[in-house]
Design a protein around this ligand. Sequence first.
Ligand SMILES: [Zn+2]
Ligand SMILES: [Zn+2]
Length: 316
Amino acid sequence: MKGLQYDRKLQLRHDLPLPVRHPEEALIKVLMAGICQTDIEITKGYMNFQGIPGHEFVGVVEAADSGSLIGKRVVGEINCACRACDNCTAGRYNHCTKRSVLGIAGRHGAFAEYLTLPERNLHLIPDAIPDEEAVFVEPLAACYRILEQVPVAKDSRVLVLGDGRMGLLCAQVMKTARADVTVLGKHEKKLSLLKGPGINTTMIGEALRGIFDIVVDCTGSPDGLSTALSYTRPQGILFIKSTVAAQRSIDFNDIVINEIQIRGSRCGPFAPAIQALQKKEVVVAPLISGIYPLDQAVEAFHAAAQKENIKILLQM
Ligand SMILES: [Zn+2]
Ligand SMILES: [Zn+2]
């Protein structure tokens, strides 16, 4: 099959073997996939991953043990758990000690014509959600993870730091919790995409220091963390959403003195993400900067790394 392979460099290949479908797994024909910051970090050495990257996708099930899935349009949770280790037994499947992760660790990903995933990872996509919006379910679910981790009270002051892919999604999700959301970014054009949903946007942070109940670092940059800390109020919560290949540093004294809670936050629930797209509570279409055919996957990667672009999609 055709696919994009990363082996210290990105290369479009036409001779990749079809992924092997194990019991209780589905073979999925990928329709569309999204390039995210994690994919870009992988090309900088993050996770030491080699193989086919890509974890944000929508596809059609071609083969599965459960016949009812065949022919259905699906998205998939990316963590494949062993269901037997201590974390799995405790219900922390996304933290399975032996997990493989689609396109990130130990499992080929979505930037190819086919992928496999356990059937239990799959979620059906309603007809009302087009492919180019369905590929946003995975990153959107990651934003809903925050609402699983802490109760976000109505009118609580939330700052989303960063106006990239993740920031623009996170801001909208925090708004669904009726929080008072501000996005601090660097690009007027990107921030203007949020004008509709009633979210405050700004490019000047000076007056905002130390006032937010919750700060979500979506900068994807190594120094975003210390900036985010400066905006968090005493006893506030700072969420770290981005994984970066580079090492980050932070002044721990500020955390102690201001009694800040720092929370890591990764993969989240798919059901509310699908529902939000269906009900149009979250708008993703304006975030699409370009759709490239799989044949131009390398060019698409370069486009995804350009600051002026938001979301770049691949069509298989
Ligand atoms: Zn991602
Ligand atoms: Zn496990």
